[in-house]
Design a protein around this ligand. Structure first.
Ligand code: ZN
Ligand code: ZN
Length: 58
């Protein structure tokens, strides 16, 4: 059974999902954006490593 997503209220999702596919993707993007460098604490943007470019080049 499909229900409306509680986050966006636009898309439908399977009732056993936490949120719709669109919100899942958005949440993931936000999570990656919010990741910080483990060494200097600088904001990382779509970095597969846990450290920023500056620390990586050291
Ligand atoms: Zn949604
Ligand atoms: Zn850094």
């Amino acid at each position: 059974m499909y229900i409306k997503c509680p986050y966006c209220g636009i898309n439908y999702m399977n009732e056993n999902q936490e949120m719709c596919d669109v919100c899942t993707r958005d949440k993931k993007a936000v999570f990656i954006d919010d990741e910080l460098c483990e060494i200097c604490g600088a904001m990382l943007q779509y970095n597969e490593y846990k450290i920023c470019g500056e620390c990586m080049s050291k």
